[in-house]
Every structure is written in structure tokens, then in C-alpha cells.
Design a protein around this ligand. Structure first.
Ligand SMILES: Nc1ncnc2c1ncn2[C@@H]1O[C@H](COP(=O)(O)OP(=O)(O)OP(=O)(O)O)[C@@H](O)[C@H]1O
Ligand SMILES: [Mg+2]
Length: 368
């Protein structure tokens, strides 16, 4: 029986396509640690997407076992599947938060469409996949993260750096942790700009695969500071399905495209209401509008979240639905799918298309 070579194993694996990146596993440099020992071949597939569902990971594994198992001289094949999130930028080029691999903003043109709910649950969903995740609340006038997480503590200082608060496996920062409860923010533009800059530069974020940034509604000072200061991997736009909200989603997409920040896609929130008793579907705010808008704008559609009172109840109780253990809940499933799709779009940008260009530094923004 002929001894199989590493080249033969690689040639076989070069026929296995990564399912969403459109290239094969060898071309994407995802095959690691090939070892061969008397008919047994072992290797690791290092995916760029930690959020793939188990069935997708198993398909990749099965395909690898099939093609390598068919080689002459191979008796058994052992495949480990791991993942490593790629960075959207060169860390040596960045003057702050150098170990944050991907900055992702969650934005909308219109208020109250569910940005904070999506940010929170997306962050927890990504963290449940084993990724290192942070959540930064950029809403200076109406911070939501303290309520959504039930955290009231103050961040501590260490070596002049603010330490993020840890909860649900996330690193968290919000102006709400710094202010006294009930204290209103009456700051003007430059102060908002300063607060957001401090969250980016003075917080010890450490190593993160994804930093999710929950944006305030509209296109004001906080938004501008972020799009001008941060080498964003991209923006997730949240919209409800009705026409008026979509118009604002179009505006939000335009704001990011104008600053050359990539759009990762659109999420449709409050898609429909499903009656718990009879299962009937009510399209309270119409339905499918965001999917159509995504098509029109040529950006990915990342998924839809129905209206579930449980989402609001869980959020108000400081225990987001993704942090609970009802993994069969349709809202849990919806956020899991959205996290998978967001991680896929990030991987597409970082692995296939290469890192986006670093944004030009304008008027008082942080140098990157
Ligand atoms: N899919 C959903 N089902 C039920 N309730 C939801 C859903 N999405 C959001 N909500 C609720 O709707 C309200 C508004 O959501 P959220 O605060 O996330 O919106 P927002 O876009 O961040 O608002 P703002 O523009 O004020 O920052 C919250 O009470 C939240 O719990
Ligand atoms: Mg909000």
C-alpha cells in the first residue's frame, strides 16, 4: 500500500469549497497541522467564521473526510474544526484598541426600531460561539446597556484606563455606567464627540474578535465621531418593515456609504407577530420590506426578527433572550442566524476581499 503524501492530502482538500467564501479550504489557508501516521491522516480546518451552525461545520468535516478518505493508502481520517476571526486592519497601524479585530456598528436612521436589542443579542450570540466580544453603548443621551444587562456598577480605573464591565461573557461600556442613575446628559456636540472618543481610546478593550457598537438613532455627532475615527469593518442597519422606517434605513445606508464604511447588511426587526395560542401570523408593520430594500440597495439581508413580547420582557429584566437557556425560542433562533450571517459578511470582507481602506482622518478625529 502506497504512503500518502501531504501534497496529495492538500490536493484532495483543494476540492472542498468553504461554503460561504466561494474558495477552497487550501486557497484560503484554512488547513493546519496535517499529520500522517500508518494510514491515519489528521488535520485541522481553521474557519474564519466561529458562528457557523453545527450542521454546516459537520458538512465541511464530512466533505474533508470523504475526499481524503478516498486517497490511496488512507485508512482513516480525523478532522478538527476550529475558527480564528481575522482582523479587518493591520494592528500595527492603529493607535488605539490595537487588539480589537473588528469594529461593527449597529445603526438605523430612525429611533426605536430595535438597534439596542439587536446589538445586545447579536453580541451575546457571537460570544456564545466562543468569540471574544465587546459591546460599546455609543448612545450618550439615551444609554440602554445598563438596563439591558442589569448592571449598575461603575467601571474601575487601572493605569489610567477604564476597565470594561464583564457580563454574559461580554466586555461592556456605557455612559450609563459612569453617570449617577437618573442623571440626564445635556452635553453639546463636542462633549458627545469627546465621550465617544474616550470610549474608543481610554477603555481597556484588550483582545476582541468583535466590538459591537450600539449607535444612537439618526446621523448626529456620535455617529460622525465613530465613522470618522474607527476603521469600521462594517455597519449592520436595523429597520422595521414599514415604508417610513425603510426610508430612514436608506438614509443610514447612504450615510455609511458616503463615508466609505462598508454595509454588512440589513436586519428586519419586528417583522411580524405570531400568536402564541393559534400560531397565526400578523404583519403588524407590514413584512418583507427590509429584505426588498436590501435587494434594491444591493446589500446582504441578514435576517428577520419577529415581534415577541418575550424579547422586551427579557431585555427589560436585564437578561437578554440570547443569554437565557431557551435555545428553542424562535427569537433565540433568529438572533443565532443573524450572528452567523454577520460573521459571514465579516469573514468575506477580511478573508476574501482583503481589509477595507482605512478612513481618512478628518477634523479632530482620532488618527488610526
Ligand atoms: N423584536 C422585538 N419584539 C418585541 N419587542 C422588541 C423587539 N425589538 C425591540 N423591542 C422592544 O422595543 C423597544 C425599542 O427597542 P430598542 O431600545 O432596542 O430600540 P432602539 O432602536 O435602540 O431605540 P433608540 O433609537 O431609542 O436607541 C424596547 O422596549 C425593546 O425591548
Ligand atoms: Mg438604542
Amino acid at each position: 500500500m502506497a504512503n500518502v503524501t501531504e501534497e496529495q492530502v492538500k490536493a484532495a482538500l483543494a476540492t472542498v469549497k468553504e461554503p460561504t467564501l466561494g474558495r477552497d479550504l487550501v486557497a484560503l489557508d484554512m488547513i493546519k497541522d496535517i499529520k500522517m501516521c500508518s494510514g491515519l491522516v489528521t488535520f485541522t480546518v481553521e474557519l474564519a467564521n466561529p458562528a457557523y451552525r453545527l450542521d454546516r461545520k459537520n458538512l465541511i468535516k464530512d466533505e474533508c473526510v470523504k475526499v481524503v478518505g478516498a486517497l490511496d493508502g488512507v485508512e482513516s481520517v480525523k478532522v478538527s474544526i476550529t475558527s480564528k476571526v481575522q482582523s479587518a486592519h493591520d494592528p500595527s497601524q492603529k493607535k488605539f484598541a490595537p487588539d480589537v479585530k473588528n469594529f461593527i456598528v449597529v445603526a438605523s436612521g430612525k429611533g426605536g426600531v430595535g438597534k439596542s436589542t439587536v446589538s445586545m443579542n447579536l453580541a451575546v450570540a457571537l460570544s456564545r460561539t466562543g468569540a471574544k466580544v465587546g459591546l460599546m453603548d455609543a448612545d450618550i443621551y439615551g444609554p440602554s446597556v445598563p438596563l439591558m444587562t442589569g448592571v449598575s456598577g461603575k467601571p474601575t480605573l487601572k493605569d489610567d484606563k477604564m476597565q470594561p464591565i464583564h457580563k454574559f461573557g461580554l466586555k461592556l461600556m456605557s455612559i450609563g455606567f459612569v453617570l449617577e442613575p437618573g442623571q440626564a446628559v445635556v452635553w453639546r456636540g463636542p462633549m458627545v464627540h469627546g465621550a465617544v472618543q474616550q470610549f474608543l481610546t481610554q477603555v481597556e478593550w484588550g483582545e476582541l474578535d468583535y466590538l459591537i457598537i450600539d449607535m444612537p438613532p439618526g446621523t448626529g455627532d456620535a455617529q460622525l465621531t465613530i465613522v470618522q475615527s474607527v476603521p469600521l469593518t462594517g455597519a449592520v442597519i436595523v429597520s422595521t418593515p414599514q415604508a417610513i422606517a425603510l426610508l430612514d434605513a436608506h438614509k443610514a445606508v447612504k450615510m455609511f456609504s458616503d463615508t466609505k464604511a462598508p454595509i454588512l447588511g440589513i436586519v428586519e426587526n419586528m417583522s411580524y407577530y405570531e400568536c402564541k395560542k393559534c400560531g397565526e401570523r400578523e404583519n403588524i408593520f407590514d413584512t418583507g420590506g427590509a429584505r426588498q430594500a436590501a435587494d434594491e440597495l444591493g446589500v446582504p439581508f441578514l435576517g428577520e426578527i419577529p415581534i415577541y413580547p418575550d424579547i422586551r420582557i427579557a431585555t427589560d429584566a436585564g437578561q437578554p433572550i440570547m443569554a437565557g437557556d431557551d435555545t428553542e425560542h424562535p427569537a433565540f433562533q433568529a438572533f443565532t442566524t443573524i450572528a452567523e450571517n454577520v460573521a459571514t459578511e465579516v469573514a468575506k470582507r477580511n478573508v476574501v476581499k482583503g481589509p477595507p481602506k482605512i478612513l481618512p482622518v478628518v477634523g479632530g478625529a482620532i488618527e488610526v
